[in-house]
Design a protein around this ligand. Structure first.
Ligand code: HSE
Length: 368
């Protein structure tokens, strides 16, 4: 059995990865070793075939013993340890959730329902670095991959509604703290001031957002009862880095010969772990909705094509109905009034599953 080192297993993406690996009995297929800096030498949690002690994630000697390393530790760890391991002569397979190595010429962005052939070819031809895509990009391609594969997309805009989880575990808790803050203020005010109107409550809540006690250490701004239309740093052309990733990563995953333009505005909303996206898709030619539906549906087994009616949409096309599942509902599919070649669509996915952990564990299985 291959020796697999797992790093960042206690973090949010790492915990989801461990849970999925356990549920799918992946641990039966590998000899696993858990690495950590703070817990090195401690007893490891019990997983089938897992080494009993936690090893040191800063130890080149211990890491180079591994055939495969899978890391959810983040970009700083990757930037430090990946070059150190490669310089030491380690030729194992590196599977990574962080973005640092994604656009490297020598790495493959992994999303096997879309690029399984590319991953297999890479494994057979000696590619060593396999990197999970940006969550928004992976979730978009899981939903709309069938249209891209068919070669009918001329360009696309994606307007995103991204969950707090994408910013990290502390941010998720801060969103709940913000909601709790509003809830407590609302309850107290209502008790003491019966008959307060909705507009008076709105004024009160908006004022409370500037209260020095309002929890904002992580986001810096209110997300609860508001939204934040900027994610990550600025790139030179005025896009945010999250917006920049859409075109470059999607085209790399698709292996496009000609770049398909993709752009939009990325927005953080008060969802906990599901990213949603609204798309305007310019088709190269007129394609009827029934064909669009079958292209989307047949693309992979996780897509749930939601009929464009109100009840189905509100029942199946919401973060509330997707959270914690591998489902990728795609709905609101209709021709836009802009013209017959303009398609509207909306899709949702769990940011921690298909958006992060799932492509990594599936790549691990392919590498065994
Ligand atoms: N960058 C994403 C976000 C998450 O902030 O939502 C990671 O892909």
């Amino acid at each position: 059995m291959k020796k697999v080192g797992i790093i960042g297993w206690r973090g949010m993406v790492g915990s989801v990865l461990m849970e999925r690996m356990e549920n799918e009995k992946d641990f039966d297929k590998v000899q696993s070793y858990l690495f950590s800096t703070s817990l090195k030498g401690n007893k490891a949690p019990i997983y089938n075939n897992c080494h009993e002690l936690v090893l040191d994630s800063n130890s080149i000697d211990e890491l180079t013993e591994m055939d495969i390393i899978i890391t959810c530790q983040g970009g700083d760890f990757t930037n430090e340890m990946h070059p150190a391991l490669r310089t030491s002569g380690w030729t194992g397979i590196w599977i990574d959730a962080a973005s640092s190595l994604r656009m490297n010429e020598k790495s493959i962005i992994v999303l096997d329902p879309l690029n399984k052939n590319k991953i297999t070819e890479g494994l057979n031809s000696g590619v060593k670095d396999y990197i999970g895509g940006n969550c928004t990009v992976s979730l978009m391609l899981m939903g709309l991959g069938g249209l891209f594969k068919e070669g009918i997309v001329e360009w696309m805009t994606s307007m995103t509604y991204q969950a707090a989880s994408g910013a990290g575990a502390k941010n998720m808790i801060e969103l709940l703290d913000q909601m709790n803050y509003f809830g407590t203020e609302f309850d107290t005010y209502r008790l003491n001031n019966p008959g307060t109107t909705a507009l008076e409550y709105e004024k009160l809540m908006t004022e409370k957002m500037s209260d020095p006690k309002f929890p904002r250490d992580n986001f810096g701004y209110p997300l609860g009862l508001s939204l934040l239309p900027w994610i990550d740093t600025k790139v030179e052309n005025g896009q945010s880095r999250e917006e920049w990733k859409a075109q470059v990563e999607a085209n790399k995953i698709l292996g496009s010969e000609e770049i398909i333009p993709i752009d939009g505005t990325c927005v953080r909303v008060a969802s906990l772990r599901c990213h949603s996206q609204a798309f305007t898709i310019k088709l190269k030619k007129s394609v009827d909705i029934a064909t669009i539906e079958s292209l989307i549906t047949e693309s992979n087994e996780w897509v749930d094509f939601v009929p464009n009616d109100k009840d189905s949409t509100l029942d199946r096309l919401t973060p509330a109905s997707v959270s914690g599942t591998l489902k990728i509902p795609v709905g609101r599919v209709r021709k836009m009034t802009l013209g017959d070649n303009y398609l509207n669509a909306f899709s949702i996915g769990d940011q921690l599953l298909w958006g992060a952990a799932e492509p990594l564990r599936r790549t691990l299985l392919m590498a065994l």
